[in-house]
Design a protein around this ligand. Sequence first.
Ligand code: NIG
Ligand code: FE
Length: 410
Amino acid sequence: MNRKLIINAKGIVQHGRSHVVRGKDMKELPVYENAWLVIEGDKICDIGHMDEPFHTPVNDVIDADGKYIFPAWCDSHTHVVFAGSREKEFVDRIHGLSYEEIARRGGGILNSAKRLQNTEAAELYDSALERLDEVIKTGTGAIEIKSGYGLSFEAELKMLHVIKRLKESSPLIIKATFLGAHALPAEFKENRKEYIDMLVNDLIPIIADEGLADYNDVFCDRGFFTVEETDRILEAGCKRGLQPKIHANELDFSGGIQVGVKHNALSVDHLECTGEDEIACLLNSNTMPTLLPGTAFFLKIHYPPARKMIDAGLPIALASDYNPGSCPNGKMPFVCSLACLYLGMSPEEAINAATLNSAYAMGVMDLAGSLVKGKKANLFITKKMPSPAYLPYAFGSDLVEKVFLNGEEQ
Ligand code: NIG
Ligand code: FE
């Protein structure tokens, strides 16, 4: 089997552990200094210290030359399959309209849905693949992708088939999430129940039977879907083996966190509106609170209380939310910088949140999120930098030099 040896790493970041990191432990980031790492096939096969060289013959030696090796990022929340950009709404927001006003006027998610319904699957696939190639360059190694710009029986299935093709062809680890309840299509305005009936009775069974999604999502928030509607959709998914992973509490104290936890959601995401009750509820759960600071930054809404949450003992995961409306950017190093600057997280906390905790939040802890023997060789070598904290510090810099996915350089 093909064996590659990477020598002279200044440090192997997030080495030797594979579990959720919570509360005060989030401050600790293990770094194995002056080390080598061996890749065999598509997996990490060994890690050791430069003072005790690796002796078995290898096909390739890569000199990291005093740079760091990081596990590739896990981006546990994205919407990278979409048709067209929404810079017109960006300009509308600059001129004073809010995200919710734009949505009420039929823009926002409904705007993206109209475009996606009129776009061929092949074109959706090509543009999404380009976005995936772009985020690989900044070190992403695993990504979750949602439907939710279809918003009709046919178009939701079209999106999920595109994600399935991406899973088959991209070197990334990909998880698919069904988000039929992303927004209510205008034609169901007077009959919300009919649309939800269609999701529950028609779409969820087919999606589950055909294995088109790993998870089930609802946008449980003011102006989108209520707690009762969310409850029903999550229950239907759970019955068919689709664990929830939901959008909650972005715009209001919506009850989304509580209903997610009630259904044992793998993660609840956004959480800009999180108070004592929500924190207490999360502390009693296996649900990963996932924060998307790129969205709060781009929409100029207030940031979630990450510090309070971590200090209360919670874990936090970070993801990009890459989508055309609220965060047209999927660069995880920038997400880490925003987490440090606006969520009050230390660089170590941000890196833990964007690797191990986000691996948990998308169900890939056994494959990704840390540099451990037996996991996928999804990792990157940085440019020269003085410490791991330099990566979020030097925001916007291009510090990812070489990316390996499944053991192959990209
Ligand atoms: O996660 N909050 C809901 N959904 C997306 C936004 C999608 C859009 O505006 O197109 C989000 O931010
Ligand atoms: Fe989202």
